[in-house]
Design a protein around this ligand. Sequence first.
Ligand code: GLU
Length: 433
Amino acid sequence: MLRFAPSPTGDMHIGNLRVALFNHILSKQLKEDLIIRIEDTDKERNIEGKDKEILEMLSLFNIEYKIAHYQSDNLKYHQKMAMQLLMQKKAFACFCSDERLEMQRENAKDSGKPYRYDSFCEKLTDDEVINNESGFTIRIKKPEHNIKCTDELRGEFDYNPFDVDSFIIMRKDKTPTYNFACAVDDMLYDISLVIRGEDHLSNTPKQKHIRESLGYTKEIKYLHLPIILNAQTGKKMSKRDNASSVKWLIEEGFLPIAIANYLVLLGSKTPKEIFTIEEAIEWFDIKNISTNAPKFDIDKLRFINKEHLKIIDEMRLSKILGFADEDIGKLAKIYLEEASTIKEIKTKLDAIFGTKHTSEDYVSEVEHIKKCAQNAPFFDSYDDFKNYISTQCGLKGKSLFMPLRFCLTGAWHGPNLSDIYPYIKNYLGEIIK
Ligand code: GLU
């Protein structure tokens, strides 16, 4: 069983979508189910509605899963397991105040050492614990031996007990921390492979230690994907980078199929450049992903988007553009000379179907052609149409072609009118206005 575990704390990030896509591909390749776990235990960071948005995104990208569940529904199991660790003395109640912990953090910082909990409350006697009426967190005791973890891309890591530390597994309000809820849920749902972002690499030994303490011996495999960098700053694509939001990319007119193609291609070796996820399932080898952080390149995404637009079914393209006519799909494809996204094609179509006014160039010619074309019979061929307008208006050369182009497309430059005409000839009544 595989899982994708998004937090409903913001717009879906491209890094998260990449994690979801690889989970989907691997679940198909391994013929194991994929489940979705909405990690909603950090109430303060949750944003209402983001859970639904994430699920909608997954269906937009055709990511199939067996169930989607909310982590907070498992609270009773998290509490039970924490109790078990307390009873077995593998965890302890910690009464340390935030101020005390903050002071220790400051001291560690001042002396240039990494902060670790000083185990103060681990030494409390049962009597001292029972008679203490203040609220407490629960900390798991640090391991007695090194924790070895293998990352499928990077190999083995060895963490000593000091690095794992005696960390908090339950907050004062008796809700689980991320590491505890995650480790327990991966165990409860019999997860065999975890694919997630590299930012979670250091959580892996903690989660392994939690499960070992609970007596769970099944080995879970881990694969951490490198984070995606902003090409300009060389830093992680943050929320401030528009292109980090999948929603923004969709609104900008990138096709889900192209975004998915780009994210799978990014930083990995693939036998071809333009593909669908269904194709990738046939040949993709996750071991070919480089451990170097890839740079996000929007121009490359534009190129991939255009390639997918070239091969998309014309009727489908027309529907995406808000029409239901194959001819509009064909017209849109002609505009791929100039446009790379749905948004850019829409701008071209809006100019074609919008009201056309000019106050500078060819003002009288435009008005003349408009009147003439409005009263013209239907012409199947562009040459016949053009010749009719030329004769009726007495216009030739540039004085004919420039205003005629403007009347038909709302622009002064663009693809050949003879290429466009076959797809707009049935709409002239709407266009020439
Ligand atoms: N909820 C975590 C995140 O969105 C993922 C944790 C995990 O996959 O283990 O980064």
